[in-house]
Design a protein around this ligand. Structure first.
Ligand SMILES: [Zn+2]
Length: 211
């Protein structure tokens, strides 16, 4: 309670802050994720203590002490040379198809309510949880209706992905193969209606005949 009052008092009265400066813990030399604190910087607008920091990539920036401690700021925000990697491309494409209505695949992701978890809004967290993608493997959601998060994702080959989804029915029409759900969505009908139509046309909708 006293801490809160003290905080409100000091932040609302920047001039009073200097009186209490002696109470600020010195962060010089400490590391927070990719940041190393160099020295004290000028206070922010509201009197919040800030520190000059250097990222592991060499970029310098002034960061609020609070952001360092609670992990809101972990690095300069740069991709640290990762932007050309498959991991980064996978991440940025995942974000795009879930958040950008203009993205070509949005209707199957963001448009269906599929989200990227809060933690994975940062590339570095995604990389820490998933590691680099193994050769020939792509990002796969175990539950196709679930979000993008650590517990629902794995790196898998296309074949593994199809096998994991036991109820996936592959249908080849006019030389194109895609799942029943994808066909139904493309045609703007339900899966049941799709199966009905296939049966009516003499195509049996069972895994054995559709592969
Ligand atoms: Zn950096």
């Amino acid at each position: 309670m006293y801490t809160l009052l003290f905080y409100q008092f000091t932040t609302k009265n920047p001039k009073c802050y200097n009186v209490f400066m002696a109470h600020i813990i010195d962060l010089t030399g400490k590391t927070f994720h990719q940041w190393t604190v160099l020295n004290r910087a000028e206070n922010g607008n509201q009197g919040a203590p800030r520190w000059n920091c250097i990222c592991k990539c060499g970029r310098k920036k002034t960061v609020r002490g609070q952001a360092l401690r609670n992990g809101n700021s972990r690095s300069c925000g740069n991709t640290h040379g990762m932007s050309k990697t498959k991991a980064y491309k996978t991440w940025i494409n995942m974000i795009r198809r879930c958040t950008r209505p203009l993205s070509a695949r949005y209707k199957d992701y963001g448009g269906r309510g599929i989200k990227v978890c809060k933690r994975w809004q940062r590339f570095e967290n995604f990389l820490a949880d998933m590691g680099k993608p193994p050769k020939n493997k792509t990002l796969d959601r175990k539950n196709n209706d679930g979000d993008y998060c650590k517990s629902n994702c794995q790196w898998a080959t296309r074949r593994e992905q199809a096998r994991n989804r036991r109820n996936t029915r592959w249908i080849t029409l006019e030389g194109r193969t895609q799942s029943a759900s994808e066909w139904a969505r493309e045609l703007g009908i339900t899966r049941q209606a799709l199966y009905l139509r296939l049966r009516r046309n003499g195509v049996i909708a069972g895994n054995s005949t559709l592969r």
